[in-house]
Design a protein around this ligand. Structure first.
Ligand SMILES: CCCNC(=O)[C@H](O)[C@@H](O)C(=O)O
Length: 345
């Protein structure tokens, strides 16, 4: 009974806003590194997550960094590349013969990536799929969506006037909430119109944006065209590790990405809780070998560092410790067989 391999997908750490809104009193120059950059808070969050992962897998992962044991891939975005680097600094401080500079408790560890234009594994939603675009148009005609826009029509109009945004949609509301959230987190006083109830309502609309992205309407088909690609690769990694068993070298695969990546994957697994994944939140897969020689998959979601253990997550229709074959069978419906064909309209 031991863990054959684990796979973790995490969101980057705390960052500066991606952009501001026209009337925002704060500008890009108010941020030390400009827009979209990992903050020192974000670096600390990932350093801590790295320490957590190292401790969790002590006894399965070697104490010292071993390039055969762990593989890290990040999207080609500063904040995710830097998050992975801070994470690895927490996981593998050099000891003994690994120290290359006695004044530095750090060693370089490769973070792999692909150019953003070629990224098909870790960036969602992918914008290369006409059928997905059609599904999103159809989503905007559902009662669920129409009710939300009617319920919040006056609120969205107010936000439009206060922010000076030309057009406001659920999408643009997302970025207003995000900007205000980042500014508040970094001690920047919000304009008077931004009361705590306005922030709460913006948060509801932001989470609504995540819910409809890969769910609410035709979830399975949306997931086949989006997060199913990542889930397919993860299942291939786990099945491959099971086939190799003790000859398996790679013990840990880490993906450093975004909130939408975590949501795309969790919707494909049908375990999304409807809330934006927090900074440095992490979805874990653990492949176990049972006494009887069979393999099973456990999942966990670490979205709250005030709780010492990550939450166990169960694939609907399976036990928390899910036999690998059942895991494969239950997720088959969201794995695309021929995505190019399925994207055509
Ligand atoms: C267009 C802006 C897209 N947003 C991002 O890339 C962010 O990293 C977002 O995904 C996040 O996790 O904060």
């Amino acid at each position: 009974l031991y863990i054959v391999c684990y796979l973790g997908l995490y969101r980057h750490g705390d960052r500066s806003p991606i952009k501001t809104y026209p009337t925002d009193p704060y500008k890009e120059s108010d941020w030390p590194q400009g827009f979209g950059q990992l903050s020192q808070e974000g670096m600390k969050q990932h350093f801590e997550l790295g320490q957590f992962l190292k401790k969790r897998y002590t006894g399965f992962l070697s104490e010292d960094y071993d390039r055969h044991e762990i593989f890290i891939r990040s999207t080609d975005v500063d904040r995710t590349l830097m998050s992975a680097e801070a994470n690895l600094a927490g996981m593998f401080p050099p000891n003994g013969s690994e120290v290359f500079n006695p004044d530095l408790k750090w060693q370089p560890i490769p973070v792999h990536t692909v150019p953003a234009a070629e990224e098909k594994l870790l960036s969602f939603p992918l914008d290369d799929c006409p059928r997905y675009a059609q599904l999103m148009n159809e989503t905007e005609k559902t009662d669920f969506f129409l009710n939300m826009t009617v319920t919040y029509k006056a609120f969205i109009e107010m936000v439009k006037n206060k922010t000076g945004l030309k057009k406001t949609s659920i999408e643009t509301i997302w970025s207003v909430y995000d900007t205000l959230f980042c500014e508040a987190k970094h001690g920047m006083r919000p304009p008077d119109w931004v009361t705590s109830s306005v922030m709460e309502t913006l948060k509801v609309l932001k989470n609504f944006g995540f819910q409809i992205m890969f769910g609410v309407y035709k979830r399975k088909e949306k997931c086949r065209l989006q997060g199913g690609l990542l889930l397919d690769q993860i299942i291939k990694n786990l099945s491959n590790a099971a086939a190799l068993d003790s000859k398996q070298k790679v013990k840990m695969i880490v993906y450093s990405a975004h909130d939408t990546t975590v949501v795309a994957l969790q919707e494909a697994l049908n375990v999304f809780n409807g809330l934006q994944p927090p900074y440095a939140s992490c979805h874990l897969f653990e492949l176990h070998k049972e006494e009887n020689g069979t393999f099973s998959v456990e999942m966990f979601y670490r979205n709250d560092t005030n709780v010492s253990e990550p939450y166990p997550v169960s694939l609907p229709g399976c036990s928390q410790r899910c036999p690998l074959q059942d895991f494969v069978n239950l997720t088959r419906e969201v794995i695309p067989q021929d995505r190019n064909k399925e994207c055509q309209i």
